[in-house]
Design a protein around this ligand. Structure first.
Ligand code: CU
Ligand code: ZN
Length: 208
């Protein structure tokens, strides 16, 4: 009887030992499995870099260099996404002294000199009438007029609502920015009767 008893004890021991080992092994396997999810994250970031996507959200930046019909630079306009809209900082030079020029984002993605007709009409994603920068009914890229100083320069800083540098129907990213030869009367349709297109620049992302 004693030997049979110890036999079954040995069987029990072997059973529990193998159970212990297999649990231990599966734990190791599980820990290896937990380390793996880093892979998809890494490849996702790489994917974003390859697509050259700008960082979305507040703080996103873009800029446009305005070139005239002869290809000469008339200055630079910087755009920064804020919680209230897009901050626009325009520093231009070489314009007529004490003059007024319509200033808009157009819907096209190209600036082909000398006419800049490739910039197409005003950016108007919601089929609204043309208007003032402060008006209720307006295009997201209606920025009113730029007024030059006694040296023919412009240095302004304002926020334009509705426009965005982020994705969405009101995104101005990649579109053509136009300075006109004449003043925008802020009411004529469809574009304020601002005359010829003096200079054009594509709004390009400065994001990493
Ligand atoms: Cu325009
Ligand atoms: Zn307009």
């Amino acid at each position: 009887m004693k030997s049979i008893h110890s036999f079954w004890n040995a069987v029990r021991l072997t059973f529990f030992f193998s159970l212990f080992v297999s649990v231990g092994l599966s734990r190791c396997a599980h820990q290896e499995g937990e380390a793996k999810p880093e892979h998809p994250k890494t490849s996702f970031q790489t994917h974003n870099e390859q697509n050259d996507m700008p960082t979305q959200g507040v703080g996103t930046r873009a800029s446009a260099e305005l070139l005239d019909a002869k290809g000469a630079s008339r200055g630079k306009v910087e755009f920064t996404q804020t919680a209230d809209g897009v901050r626009v900082q325009a520093r231009l030079s070489g314009l007529t002294k004490n003059s007024v020029h319509g200033f808009h984002v157009h819907e096209g993605f190209e600036c082909e000199a000398p006419s800049f007709a490739s910039a197409k009409g005003h950016f108007n994603p919601e089929q609204k009438p043309h208007g003032d920068r402060h008006g209720a009914d307006r295009h997201p890229g209606d920025m009113g007029n730029l007024r030059t100083n006694s040296r023919g320069g412009v240095n302004v800083d304002f926020v334009v609502k509705e426009a965005t540098l982020n994705q969405g129907i009101n995104s101005i990213m990649g579109r053509a920015l136009i300075v006109h030869a004449k003043a925008d009367d802020l009411k004529s349709q469809p574009s304020g009767d601002a005359g010829d297109r003096l200079a054009c620049g594509i709004i390009k992302s400065d994001g990493a």
